[in-house]
Design a binder for this molecule. Structure first.
Ligand SMILES: Nc1ncnc2c1ncn2[C@@H]1O[C@H](COP(=O)(O)OP(=O)(O)O)[C@@H](O)[C@H]1O
Ligand SMILES: [Mg+2]
Length: 288
């Protein structure tokens, strides 16, 4: 079997290069020949041509990028992607994720900001969300990661300023889960099952992302964690993902889902070989 690993062309840190390197090593150990290719196709027609060439040359694609357009083109050419294009798309956008999971798993109460297309308009909708949710309010841009596009509005003034700043970008307002301030759970799932779980803790910030200074501590995945993750993976057709869970008063809440979660941090915290688990899953699926 032959696999292509597509990576974002702007990768430059060691942490970013770790993921494709480990996947390539583990796939090779399973007898798959592997090529790592930067996802660098500019014109659409050219993309389709490249996609055709790629799908002719490889049996499957490990998609480690976040670009949600190229997966559509690749699937149109018959390529099996890990993760699938629809899963990449839904996870890329926090509002789409919320809509897809609504009613299936508990999540913090959430309001979507109305989309604004006029730079000179006054931001609308935040005041109502603030009244309904109570302060502080968590504000998230729909496209974002590593905690960098997640904010906390302490009061009405702070929320108004944030919503004005973000009005031209899709974003949401969310209930602040106080019990979870500075801590959450990250569960990495392969084929719908949790393979590694850690608590992330941050001092001095409500966001516990490792990239923002959070620390990972290995945790057993409880039945509650496993059941929530199974539902998430099934709903979104995910082969691989990292699910963020918040500690609510009396139950866990799904915070967000990452189709291409970095696994270096959770491997260090838990000692689990996530790369191997993912590669074994891909080979099993492709041999079915
Ligand atoms: N509603 C919330 N209440 C409390 N903390 C939150 C809430 N939403 C997010 N957080 C914290 O912020 C972090 C980043 O938010 P998340 O939605 O996962 O965005 P990102 O894609 O940037 O990781 C979470 O890991 C969690 O620690
Ligand atoms: Mg997150």
């Amino acid at each position: 079997m032959k696999a292509v690993i597509l990576v974002n062309p702007y990768l430059n840190t060691e942490a970013e290069r770790y993921q494709p390197r480990r996947i390539a090593e583990e796939l090779s150990a399973l007898g798959v020949s592997v090529c790592v290719v930067p996802n660098r196709w500019t014109a659409h027609t050219e993309r389709d041509g490249v996609a055709e060439a790629l799908s002719g040359a490889y049996d499957f694609c490990v998609y480690l990028d976040k670009d949600k357009y190229i997966p559509r083109v690749l699937e149109r050419q018959g390529m099996r992607l890990f993760d699938r294009a629809s899963a990449v798309e839904i996870c890329d956008d926090k509002i789409l994720t919320h809509i897809a999971l609504a009613g299936a798993v508990p999540m913090p109460r959430t309001y979507f900001s109305p989309l604004c297309y006029k730079a000179d308009a006054r931001a609308d909708g935040a005041e109502e969300a603030g009244r309904a949710l109570g302060y502080p309010v968590v504000v998230k841009e729909c496209l974002g990661s590593l905690g960098q596009q997640v904010y906390l509005a302490e009061d009405e003034g702070g929320l108004a300023a944030l919503s004005e700043r973000l009005k031209l970008l899709p974003h949401l307002y969310q209930e602040f889960i106080a019990e979870s301030a500075g801590r959450d759970l990250r569960a990495v799932c392969v084929g719908g099952e949790v393979v590694a779980c850690m608590e992330r803790r941050s001092e001095g910030d409500f966001r516990s992302n490792l990239a923002a200074g959070g620390r990972g501590i290995a945790r057993e995945a409880t039945d509650e964690v496993r059941a929530l993750c199974r539902t998430v993976c099934e709903r979104l057709s995910l082969d691989y993902c990292g699910v963020d869970l918040l500690f609510g008063k009396d139950r866990l809440l799904v915070c967000e889902v990452n189709s291409n979660a970095f696994f270096g941090g959770i491997e260090s915290a838990t000692g689990v070989n996530v790369a191997r688990a993912y590669c074994e899953h891909m080979v099993r699926v492709m041999r079915q």
